[in-house]
Design a protein around this ligand. Sequence first.
Ligand code: ADP
Length: 464
Amino acid sequence: MTTKEKINGRKIGIIGMARSGVSAAILAENLGGIPFVSDAKAASHLPVETERLKAAGIAFETGGHTAKLLDSDYLIVSPGVPLTIDIIKQAGSKGIPIFSEIEFAYWVCSSPIVAITGSNGKTTTTTLLGEIFSHAGIDTFVGGNIGKPFSEFVQKIPTKGLTVLEVSNFQLETISDFTPDTSIILNLTPDHLDRHKSFDHYKKAKFRITENQSKEQVLILNLDDPETIGSQIETKAEIKYFTTTVSKQATTFVRNNAIFSRYKNREEEIIKIKEILIPGPHNLQNALAATCAAMRYDVSPDVIKKVLKTFPGVEHRMEKVGMVAGINFINDSKATNVDSVCYALRSFDMPVYLLAGGRDKNSDFTPIAKYGKNKIKGILAIGEAKEKIFESLGQHFPVQFAETLEDAVRILFEMAIPGETILLSPGCASFDMFDNFEQRGRAFKKAVSNLKNGKGENETIAKK
Ligand code: ADP
């Protein structure tokens, strides 16, 4: 079936309005489809979305999903909507196909796609790789789970361009034909176990990224990640590995403290590790993955090196907020799972006060004891998970509670001495106290800038 036949004249039910839902509806409308958008939230919570739909003349409902959705040729489900809700179950039993928004936009996409998934590092690697391709003069489009829905820009992508997509496991759960030219699985650690039945179920969703790939296409895997390497991944794609050690198996690896890439039977030194601007062992893995992908598209080592030397990272990911009275503040609000907290801790060789907590995702906090040993001087726990953090880590480190993030920053500032670091790396979702992790990160930065400006804290700063 051609793309036109799949969309033109088809009744397309779209569940979930925010961002990707509206974009998918507009794309459907542009291509002659008949979209109908439905959201469980009240219209008052969706002012921007409902305005955009009205302006485009697209039908919608708010405040719940009605049977009108069941009069669709297929459904497009936003990543935030669980597949277990009633209306999706009913659609399933009526045999109505269910697709994710990336699947839908894929039907329209004319360029090759590099798709990036994994438990951690997706946004950093997607952004970094997008920068590398752009600097190499390639017409590059970056989006997906990263904030810019694929449907929003897919019609603008030229055949000669390259699309770099961050894809989440929720989006992969409902693909059908989606086929990246290059797939990257960065790592696999337990996350979202509140929504996935098991770790196995979560991993299987991630592996779907490669299920349609052919032998001309490439799957990039992390040789250092036991969960990836120990899994049975069914793929026809050519597998390329990256590793932080020396390995003959890997095309991109580390030797003598430098990244090397082996490509078309040639070995090239790309960059010395100390020259890479984004810090920490986790970011080295992201740099290796991006290098491995860039080499496949013949980007010159010089361009890769130039970008790795200057790419500052992405906001809310180990972001340097600044120093106040000799105390260093780092915003890692995007660390919404325990594994990223452990990686954050591994990036330090100086004493750290950890600000953690929020909404628990059914996580095990105890690995923090191992990675924080001899580093964490104290933990300030906030939000719904604070008691659990105390129970899991209280015998290893002093744990205190605070009611708000601002209070937590203030208390930690009192405790820390010059040369020490205060790290927000929550290991939890933010939704108990904030709209999202971005808002949490901004609140942290605001609290730090209040300290900097001495707002109500003159005495404290003078004391240091
Ligand atoms: P994602 O988009 O997969 O959530 P991000 O790039 O936004 O990944 O980073 C999320 C969190 O994980 C941040 O706290 C960051 O410091 C940490 N992180 C980034 N890359 C990695 C990696 N390769 N392995 C583990 N943690 C990582």
